[in-house]
Write a new protein. Structure first.
Length: 131
């Protein structure tokens, strides 16, 4: 059963664990990024605030801004080499496979998320308890 991308995204975004996820970059799944007409590849640093806004965006909050490192392959977020997060910033890492999240770890919120097919399948909270 072939679903359109729009239908797939609707289904994903209505998933309760997706809504609960601490990833502020989850909406970038399935998205191919280009810069100056070229498909993005490799590591790209970007200064953004807690809501993913960059300097110059309306509502940008400089007090929460930090450098986010992105890894791209053929324009989509991708962890490469294998152990290199596709999205990383202070206290937070995300592993992606060809434009889809596979794992999110937030050391500040103490949350670890396992993802499959664009949605979290397991969210572990207070991951440091009992260690």
């Amino acid at each position: 059963s072939f679903m359109s991308l729009e239908a797939t995204l609707n289904k994903i975004q209505n998933n309760p664990l997706y809504k609960k996820s601490c990833s502020i970059h989850k909406q970038y799944q399935f998205h191919q990024f280009q810069q100056d007409g070229k498909i993005m590849n490799g590591q790209v640093p970007r200064k953004e605030d807690i809501n993913g806004l960059v300097e110059g965006d309306p509502g940008f909050d400089a007090s929460t801004a930090s450098i986010v490192l992105y890894n791209f392959k053929n324009g989509v977020l991708h962890s490469e080499p294998e152990n290199e997060p596709a999205v990383q910033y202070r206290g937070h890492i995300e592993y992606w496979n060809n434009g889809l999240i596979t794992k999110v770890v937030d050391y500040v919120k103490e949350v670890e998320e396992s993802w499959e097919n664009g949605v979290p399948v397991k969210i572990i909270e207070n991951m440091n308890k009992g260690k």
